[in-house]
Ligand binder design. Structure first.
Ligand code: PHE
Length: 383
């Protein structure tokens, strides 16, 4: 009958008024303790088991272990925490025993979760080691580094030389209009010199630049003398296509405008430049030529750096190699740009960069410069 006894035992207003309080309590205590002891030890055992199961089945990471720990050990919501709260409803003389059991469970659980946390920490570290593992014995991956294109290498070398002589660098354009590419350079519409630069027209007015000489006009329109510029990057286009000509190629334009500029300045400057590019023994010679925008005009040859001038395949037996066009700026050109040609004179030159690269590196077909064949490009590393 104790099994159904009220938990509030020891009450004088007992539901069994006919009985002495003492015997009622004794009976009651006896019954309830039996039931509660059993229930309590079962509950504690259950919680213990739940913890063991949880650790076994539900804790695969530190985070999960932490969550699981909360379910039992959180002081407010944890199952063990809850047990503590039930203290109030336990008979005073049983409280100590009850508290001790719960405390033992709590300490046991704390210990388990500490071990679990250690284990998880270890496991996570292990996982990290696994995922970050490197095999130091593995052969290194071969990272290929390229080098600059031969035309870029030549351009850089030329720029260095001319900048060293005090030249500024101006920009060239890929698209020009008729005025800049021809007209202002003293090449009127019906001039035969246009034929030599068979041209890609974009419209009657615009065309792909056929020469970098338009940079002379752009510069002289913007700047007053003294002028000393080289122009790059120098992409130009002509309807030309054979072993030594490609429809797109590169030039570098040079322009000097100042008082009393003569062919001597041009010759001296070019001597210095070819020695730096082709070697100290190289010399130059000037041959008369014709360009509408220079007067006089010259073709500049360099002594053959392959045979030293004796005559070979490269120089076709002549001992000389044609390198660039140049001259004293035709007075009409600065005048077109509002520069007084009585006070100032100028020199100009245009160098083919692809041609210079071919000569310097012994490339016999201009197409090799545009095919991106690494077997060719790898051989030329000159910067
Ligand atoms: N623009 C000329 C050409 O493309 C080269 C040149 C430049 C000649 C400057 C004289 C002066 O052939």
């Amino acid at each position: 009958m104790g099994l159904f006894f009220s938990v509030k035992y020891g009450n004088e207003n007992s539901i069994f008024p006919g009985r002495a309080a003492g015997s009622q309590r004794r009976q009651g205590i006896c019954g309830i303790l039996m039931q509660e002891d059993m229930e309590m030890s079962d509950r504690l055992a259950n919680i213990r088991q739940e913890i063991l199961d949880g650790i076994k089945e539900r804790a695969n990471s530190r985070a999960e272990a932490f969550e699981l720990r909360k379910q039992f050990l959180d002081s407010k919501t944890g199952k063990i925490g809850q047990l503590m709260k039930e203290m109030k409803s336990i008979a005073p003389e049983e409280r100590a025993g009850f508290g001790k059991s719960v405390n033992e469970l709590k300490e046991w659980a704390q210990q388990r979760f500490m071990e679990l946390d250690e284990k998880m920490k270890e496991r996570e570290l292990q996982r990290r080691y696994e995922s970050e593992r490197i095999d130091v014995t593995m052969p290194a991956r071969n990272v290929e580094t390229g080098n600059l294109h031969p035309v870029t290498q030549i351009r850089n070398q030329l720029m260095d030389i001319f900048v060293g002589m005090g030249f500024e660098v101006a920009q060239t354009r890929e698209i020009e209009n008729d005025y800049y590419n021809f007209e202002a350079l003293n090449i009127p519409k019906d001039h035969p010199a246009r034929d030599m630069q068979d041209t890609f027209y974009l419209s009657p007015e615009f065309l792909l630049a056929t020469q970098t000489s338009a940079a002379q006009i752009h510069t002289m329109e913007k700047k007053k003398p003294p002028i000393k510029i080289v122009a790059a990057p120098g992409k130009v286009f002509r309807s030309d296509d054979d072993a030594t000509h490609s429809p797109m190629f590169h030039q570098m334009e040079g322009l000097v405008v100042d008082r009393k500029i003569t062919l001597c300045d041009l010759k001296g400057m070019l001597e210095l430049f070819v020695k730096k590019i082709f070697g100290e023994d190289t010399t130059t010679r000037l041959r008369p030529s014709y360009f509408p925008f220079t007067e006089p005009s010259v073709e500049v040859d360099v002594s053959c750096f392959s045979c030293g001038g004796k005559g070979c395949k490269l120089c076709k037996g002549t001992g000389w190699i044609e390198l660039l066009g140049a001259g004293i700026v035709n007075k009409k050109v600065p005048e077109n740009c509002g520069i007084d040609s009585e006070q100032y004179s100028g020199l100009a030159f245009g160098i083919g960069l692809d041609r210079t690269a071919m000569l310097k590196y012994g490339i016999n077909n201009v197409k090799l410069l545009f095919e991106s064949d690494l077997r060719v490009l790898r051989q030329i590393d000159d910067n």
